[in-house]
Design a protein around this ligand. Structure first.
Ligand SMILES: Nc1ncnc2c1ncn2[C@@H]1O[C@H](COP(=O)(O)OP(=O)(O)O)[C@@H](O)[C@H]1O
Ligand SMILES: [Mg+2]
Length: 226
C-alpha cells in the first residue's frame, strides 16, 4: 500500500468569476521511503499539491489517502490532528516564531501530543542534535543564519517522527553553502528511510532525487524515475 495516494485530485479557485484549476485531475502515488522532486514553472501548482498532501488544504474533488486513511472524509479538528502526527512541513521562509528559542520552536509541534514538558524538551534537543544545532538551542531565530534557521525548521518537522517530510523550496532563501548543508541533511534523512517530497526550482537538487514529478497548469506532465 502506498503511503500517499491521490486519485483524480483537483483544486479549483474562483477568482472574479473565472475558475482557476491549481490542480487538475492529478494522480500520484508515493511509496514509503521515496524522495521526490516536484518541479514546474511558477504557478504550475507545486505549492497547492504540497498543501493538499500536507493537509493544509483540501481538494475540491478527488480522493486522497494518506497512510491508509481517506483524508477527504476528515474534518477540521481531526485533519489538524492527523497533520500534526503524520506531516513535517518545511517552508522557504522558515516560519519560525521569532521570539521563541530554537529549542522552543522545535518543541512546539509536541504541545498537541499530550507529551510532558520534560519529554518535549528531550525530544526537541535530540532533533536539534540531529541537525547539528544542539549548541544553538537557546538562540532566537534572528540570532541564527539562514541555513541554521532552516535546520531548526527541519528539526521541528522531524520531532514528531512524521510519515512524510514536505519541503516547499527549502533552499529558496539560502546561499550556496547553506543550500549544500540543507541538501546534505535531507540526503541523510532519505538514507535513513524518511519519505521526502521537495518542491524545487534548482535542477541540481532535482537530479539528486530518484523521482521527478513535473507539473504544468496543475497537471502532471512528467513522472520520471532516475
Ligand atoms: N488561494 C488562492 N486563490 C486563488 N488562486 C490561487 C490560490 N492559491 C493558488 N492559486 C493559483 O493556483 C495556481 C497554482 O499556484 P501554486 O500552487 O502556488 O503554484 P506554484 O507553487 O507552482 O508556484 C496559480 O495560478 C495560483 O495563482
Ligand atoms: Mg509555490
Amino acid at each position: 500500500m502506498p503511503l500517499i495516494s491521490l486519485r483524480s485530485v483537483s483544486k479549483r479557485y474562483d477568482v472574479g468569476g473565472n475558475t482557476v484549476a491549481a490542480l487538475d485531475d492529478v494522480d500520484l502515488s508515493v511509496a514509503r521511503g521515496q524522495r521526490i522532486a516536484i518541479v514546474g514553472s511558477s504557478g504550475s501548482g507545486k505549492s497547492t499539491l504540497l498543501n493538499v498532501i500536507g493537509c493544509l488544504d483540501t481538494p475540491t474533488s478527488g480522493e486522497y489517502v494518506l497512510n491508509g486513511r481517506d483524508m477527504s472524509a476528515q474534518s477540521g479538528r481531526r485533519l489538524a490532528r492527523i497533520r500534526n502526527a503524520e506531516i513535517g512541513f518545511v517552508f522557504q521562509s522558515f516560519h519560525l516564531l521569532p521570539r521563541v528559542t530554537a529549542l522552543g520552536n522545535v518543541m512546539q509541534p509536541l504541545v498537541y501530543g499530550g507529551v510532558s514538558t520534560q519529554e518535549r524538551r528531550r525530544l526537541a534537543l535530540a532533533a536539534l542534535t540531529r541537525v547539528g544545532l544542539h549548541d544553538r538551542a537557546t538562540h532566537l531565530p534572528p540570532q541564527l543564519s539562514g541555513g541554521q534557521r532552516q535546520r531548526v525548521a527541519i528539526a521541528r518537522a522531524l520531532v514528531t517522527r512524521p510519515s512524510v517530510v514536505l519541503a516547499d523550496e527549502p533552499t529558496g532563501n539560502l546561499d550556496s553553502s547553506a543550500t549544500r548543508q540543507v541538501m546534505d541533511l535531507l540526503d541523510a534523512l532519505h538514507r535513513e528511510g524518511q519519505t521526502i517530497l521537495i518542491v524545487t526550482h534548482e535542477t541540481d537538487i532535482a537530479t539528486h532525487c530518484e523521482r521527478t514529478v513535473e507539473l504544468a497548469d496543475g497537471r502532471v506532465v512528467r513522472d520520471e524515475r532516475a
